[in-house]
Write a protein that binds this ligand. Sequence first.
Ligand code: WAQ
Ligand code: MG
Length: 713
Amino acid sequence: MELYNIKMRASRTRADLGPGEQSYGEHISGAEHIVRAEEVPDLARELVLRAQKHSRGRPDFINIKVEAVPEDRCLHLQALPVRTLACRTPQEGLATACQLLREAGVAQPEAALQLMPLASTLRGAMLLDADSLARLEPDQQRGVRATSMGRAEVAASAASGKNHYQEALVLATKVAHAPGMVAEICISDDPDYVTGYVASPSLGYVRITCMKEMGSPHGGRIFFVRGSAEDVARAVHYIEHIPVLVENLPETPAQPQQRAKAAQAARPEQAAQTGQTGRSPRISLAESCAAPAPQGAAEQARHNAAGEHQPPAAGPGAASALPDKWASIREGLARLEAQGLTRTVRDMAAAPGHMVRCAGAERELLLLASNDYLALAGDARVRARAAEAVRVWGAGSGGSRLTTGSLVLHSELERRLAAFKHTEKALLFNTGYMANVGVLTALCGKGDVIFSDALNHASIIDGCRQSRAEVIVYAHNDMADLAARARKHAGRRGIIVSDAVFSMDGDCAPVPELVAIADRYGFFSMIDEAHATGVLGATGRGATEHFCCTPDSMPDIIVGTASKALGAEGGFVCGRAALIDYLTSRARPFIFSTALSAAPVAAALAALDILEAEPERVAQLQANAAFFCACLQEHDLQASTQSAIVPLIVGDEARAVQAAARLQEQGILLSAIRYPSVARGSARLRATVRSDHSQEELVRAAAAIARVLQELP
Ligand code: WAQ
Ligand code: MG
């Protein structure tokens, strides 16, 4: 289908402006629609007539602009749900609007309304910080103009006289989906149209039947946003440039409701309690909460969000015509694209080593991005044991551990892991992710409490969410904060859980203090040694060795994985026999997964043999990490680590991605880490060192990183 965006703008000459500046002339009216090609001529005529007959007076200047819009670039959004509140006077209408804005999260709606007269002089909308009311429009004479939007059901032509309601609902739906958008208020500037609205992601589109005196030409729009400068720039770009088609637009607005009743129904907390969160058009709760981050709200949101992607609810029109089930997926992809957050896989064309080759590329790259810290994944002895295991045991295990899939190899590895970590028993999971989810969901349920570090790995966050326990997120590595929170809940059943080494920052949790707090208040202590096993401690036993944990100061639950420093695959849990026996019967990811095949299990056994025979590998890794940080510091970069992970904070998402791309051109492969792996605005280059990196390679890498970061705009 051929689509065009058609814009009309009508204004009056202003004597104080030169001929070149008349685009800032007195605004009379404007309109924007995306329509099918064949509708353009009629609509152009209709819009010119509308401008000529506008109740605000005769224009001197009418501009019609028609632009092709590639259909596949259009975001498809479901229309916001619509309600109408009957108000008799402007005073009542404005008070209602303030109440709604406050519910939507605008701090001082009355003060914001004072700015409406100023907003009415703009051709676009005023853009305000939802908290400080600071003006954020890039062009304060023009405002932010929503353009490039239309009805998805474009067959229902727009060329049928101005329909205030439909045009406004299309605009409000687009605007409500802007990143960081908190709310919008709109009063028509048409003297004979007094109905206005407040719209927000949580409230939907709420029409208010009287917002001004009949005959008044004073209207205006204000958009309220929350987020970093960069978020705001992204929101403006989206509002002004990304084409949007709105689906399931109700033809006529809903009947007016009683004001008090409707305002009640609009309360977000009530919706949350009754589980009616589906009406929020936000795709991602985590995303919307991540920007402002007051008092750890971002971390809390990371833990509490029901899921990354909540497809938008169908509009009220859905009962008659089923919505396009693929629309939310197209929309989600286009939105990720617009925000630079699309992810794709990159295939390697060679076995893991400190040099790698990406599929399709000629050149080898120095790898500073793998978790194969001790270079065991490609070790000849590890490979040989895995190959031999496949020869003897076959390619797949053929069943879950509790049916027929448990080989003697699995139990042998569990005994070895328990001995390695100095615990009574161990249980294998297929991945570390499943181990975390398995433990947290088996040990905690409704009524229990989990204390989780703000920077814990996603697998812990997901375990917290799935457990249905109350989740209390404490400040990163802040034991005073943890103790204060734990004290309040002493006596409840629960777990304190932390990464041992934080995967995006490379720092280490204060394990003995954490265990002491857990013991003091009667909670289980749990640490995830994914990035600590094989990395910390003189013999690579992890954080417990690094901190010289005694039986008294050992965490109750130690999670780990064979997929990082051990160069194989498979998560595990180590602890007391009672714990492991309980998990064997209760941990769902363990119970309902096919057992690992023989190859990774044998590989992990071989890796443990090598680790125990060659502890110097661990020493070499630790020396390399320290050496690499020193090299970076020589270039005046802030680099430090307590593990093998060295983060270099860049801040801006796009810059981080650009830096990683330039480094790749220079033969160095490392990761650009962005939201949602880390908080927005804290994007970084994440380098990991290996035991087989030479000093020469690390010197070269540090110099290249310093150069690239310096040269970035
Ligand atoms: N983007 C941003 N701001 C705009 C835009 C736009 N595309 N178009 C208008 N504005 C600003 C501008 O300051 C106008 O003065 C003000 O909004 C009002 O615009 O359900 O007619 O086009 O029945 O006059 C509400 C319908 C109709 C309620 C609102 O607004 C209902 C209306 P108008
Ligand atoms: Mg108007």
